[in-house]
Every structure is written in structure tokens, then in C-alpha cells.
Design a protein around this ligand. Structure first.
Ligand SMILES: CC(C)(COP(=O)(O)OP(=O)(O)OC[C@H]1O[C@@H](n2cnc3c(N)ncnc32)[C@H](O)[C@@H]1OP(=O)(O)O)[C@@H](O)C(=O)NCCC(=O)NCCS
Length: 185
């Protein structure tokens, strides 16, 4: 059962808490996901496409709290859920157990305050504590802020997936495949 909780002071003096979500966070988490989906074209869903009910979200939270193969954290600023981040093993089979993947999404009003870096740092620590050797992700090639953050932590681009996303208006976005080799850092 995850009881993860860490607090930090943001540059503007507010308190950032990174913590494992509890069942009572389900509605706040749904609101945060819907908010960020409508604010960026760099995530997997179109605006309005996130459809989980409170009960379904609670099931997801419950499973996240019980597993040790994945860590799901929320970023809470003075009691408001403003971001979330997940890191987990790609597969539990012997041949893939050395790799993990991650995803991160923060509401626009909270970008560029250092929250993404704190979540990123935690993902890396989670991997290191489990002997994970590679942390991988996909990022839209135009998402320069995210790419700058990943490169700051040592991720490198290993390829481009052409037309990885197709938007509702029929246009496409390419994605970079990025990997952080933890044994080389
Ligand atoms: C990408 C994202 C997670 C970054 O989180 P954040 O809290 O804004 O990041 P931080 O404030 O910790 O900044 C981390 C680094 O990102 C880069 N960065 C931040 N803002 C930037 C900007 N305006 N321009 C260029 N690089 C920027 C910098 O390298 C920065 O490091 P520094 O502060 O030491 O210079 C956040 O913008 C977000 O959730 N975006 C929408 C969803 C998304 O794109 N998720 C990633 C999908 S792969």
C-alpha cells in the first residue's frame, strides 16, 4: 500500500505536496485530467475524451495503491490537485523487467514552477530503487518545454514515430522516442 508523501516549497512560497492519491481524491483527479486535456495538444486525449466516472477513478486509484509495479502520484498545491505522474514497469516478463515507462501532466497555470522536475526526479528515484535500467517515454516533437525537461534529466532521442498522433481536425503530430539510461548517469 503506497503511503508516499513529500512536501516542497514552490518559488512563490506555496506548498507543493507529491503524494499517492487516496479514494477521496477521485473527483479532483478527474477535474485535473479534464482540465489539462483541454489545455494542451501534447497529451493522448482530445478535450472531453476523458470519461471515467468517480467509481472507475476510485478503482484505478485502489489498484495503483496496491501494486508495486507502478507508482501513480499527484501534485497538490495548497490542497488543489494540479498534476499527476505515473511510472511503471513496461512488462513483468524476464526480458523486459529492466525497463520502465512514464507519463506526466500538469495544469497550465502551474507550468514552469518546478513541479514537473520534482515529479521527474521522483520517477527516476523509483526506477533506481528497483534496479530499472532504462526509463522511456514518447513526446510530441513540437513539445519543446517537455523535451527540454527530459534532456535536462539526461534523456536522449532514439527515433521518431511519424504521424504517431492524429488530431480530430485530421492533422498529425510526430513523436520522439526518448530513453534515459540510468546505469550511465
Ligand atoms: C512538460 C511539463 C510536464 C513540464 O512541467 P513543468 O512543471 O512546467 O516543468 P518545470 O517547471 O519543472 O521545468 C522543467 C524544465 O522544463 C524546461 N522548461 C520549462 N519551461 C520552459 C519553457 N517555457 N521553455 C523551454 N523549456 C522550458 C526547462 O528545461 C526546465 O528546467 P529549468 O527550470 O531548470 O530551466 C508541463 O509543461 C506539462 O504538464 N505540459 C502539458 C502536458 C505534457 O506536455 N506532458 C508531457 C507529455 S510527454
Amino acid at each position: 500500500m503506497s503511503t508516499f508523501r513529500k512536501t516542497f516549497e514552490l518559488r512563490d512560497g506555496r506548498t507543493l505536496t507529491l503524494r499517492a492519491p487516496q479514494l477521496e481524491d477521485a473527483q479532483g483527479l478527474i477535474d485535473q485530467m479534464k482540465c489539462v486535456d483541454g489545455e494542451t495538444k501534447f497529451l493522448a486525449r482530445e478535450a472531453g475524451e476523458f470519461q471515467l466516472t468517480v467509481e472507475q477513478e476510485q478503482d484505478f486509484i485502489r489498484r495503483s495503491l496496491e501494486t508495486d509495479q507502478r507508482q501513480f502520484l499527484i501534485a497538490d498545491v495548497d490542497g488543489e490537485i494540479v498534476g499527476n505522474c505515473a511510472v511503471g514497469l513496461v512488462s513483468t516478463t524476464r526480458r523486459y523487467r529492466h525497463k520502465a515507462a512514464m507519463g506526466i501532466a500538469i495544469c497550465k497555470a502551474y507550468w514552469h514552477m518546478g513541479i514537473g522536475s520534482k515529479l521527474m526526479q521522483n520517477c527516476i528515484e523509483w526506477c533506481r530503487a528497483r534496479g530499472v535500467e532504462q526509463l522511456e517515454l514518447e513526446v510530441v516533437t513540437e513539445n519543446s518545454s517537455a523535451i527540454a525537461m527530459y534532456e535536462k534529466f539526461g534523456f536522449e532521442i532514439f527515433g521518431t514515430k511519424k504521424h504517431a498522433m492524429k488530431y480530430a481536425d485530421g492533422t498529425y503530430a510526430d513523436e520522439y522516442y526518448m530513453i534515459l539510461f540510468l546505469n550511465e548517469q
